[in-house]
Design a protein around this ligand. Structure first.
Ligand SMILES: Nc1ncnc2c1ncn2[C@@H]1O[C@H](COP(=O)(O)OP(=O)(O)O)[C@@H](O)[C@H]1O
Ligand SMILES: [Mg+2]
Length: 267
């Protein structure tokens, strides 16, 4: 078992972690459509994620969570406001694993390593280390169709970690999995987050998932998406989704979320 972790960064990445935030979302608004027929999706959102912090962005479907994450990822530009990611390009993980089916698990990860500029000779060892980190050591030569849904998301997580970013953006990565598999992957994500010290901005519509994972939960309202409320979650990790403290806070947040949905129409 290797003791190397992702906290061992080259000097260039370290300058990013010296900033007081891993991402600063500063008065961001986003509208789609032509002037006069615009849909205002996000309105004046400001969130800082501290280095090493785990923040869950929670909201009903359609409230603009993916839109906001795409802005942070640099896939689209805000209509107003600014976004800073001082550590460079964030790593991304989605609900759909987006692995290439014609490549093995190992090769999918090596592709990300190649894009990052890692020399060919080091890619195999690094891919195997990342597979070990997500507890899939034997899967290097497996093709995507040979892997279960949970295993695919583990490979997708390893591939996201292969980007060697200090900021990981996750858009409902476990939403399509069954509850038991999701539970296991929550444990793995918490373990990896604590081992690596990554900053995580995790999007979900699942209140319990947010409370299970996050140090801070930010609730977005709908139409337009605004920050409705924020909670600090002081329950010690590793938590279980069935812990009484997780359940209690989930009830409180669900109440607030219901209120938001009542105010802004059904989904
Ligand atoms: N590229 C786009 N063009 C036009 N409308 C969009 C685009 N992307 C998202 N939207 C709209 O923005 C709203 C929020 O979408 P999204 O961010 O996907 O919500 P969530 O991820 O919270 O479910 C939806 O009404 C959606 O139709
Ligand atoms: Mg979404």
């Amino acid at each position: 078992m290797t003791t190397t972790t992702l906290t061992e960064q080259p000097a260039a990445a370290d300058t990013g972690t010296a900033a007081p935030y891993a991402v600063r979302i500063d008065h961001v608004s986003k509208a789609f459509g032509r002037p006069g027929a615009q849909q205002h999706v996000l309105d004046d959102i400001s969130i800082d994620v501290a280095p090493g912090e785990f923040v869950c962005l929670l909201g009903a479907s359609g409230c603009g969570k993916s839109t906001l994450l795409n802005l942070v990822a640099g896939l689209d530009a805000p209509s107003a406001g600014g976004i800073e990611t001082p550590g460079g390009r964030p790593a991304l993980m989605f609900q759909e694993h987006a692995l290439f089916p014609w490549l093995t698990a190992g090769r999918n990860i090596e592709l990300a390593l190649r894009l990052r500029g890692l020399p060919r000779a080091e890619r195999r060892t690094e891919a195997e280390r990342l597979l070990e980190l997500v507890r899939l050591s034997g899967a290097y030569g497996k093709r995507v169709h040979e892997l279960s849904g949970g295993m695919r998301q583990r490979v997708a997580m390893a591939r996201a970690l292969a980007q060697d970013s200090r900021l990981l953006l996750m858009d409902e990565p476990f939403a399509a999995l069954d509850a038991i598999t999701r539970d296991v992957l929550h444990d793995e994500l918490t373990r990896i987050w604590r081992e690596t010290g990554l900053s995580v901005l995790f999007v979900t519509h699942n209140v319990r998932e947010a409370v299970r994972l996050a140090e801070r939960v930010v609730l977005l309202s709908s139409r337009p998406g605004r920050i409705a409320h924020e909670w600090r979650v002081d329950i010690p990790q590793p938590r279980r989704i069935e812990d009484a403290a997780v359940a209690d806070l989930s009830v409180e947040i669900t109440e607030q979320l219901r209120g938001e949905i009542r105010r802004h129409g059904q989904h």
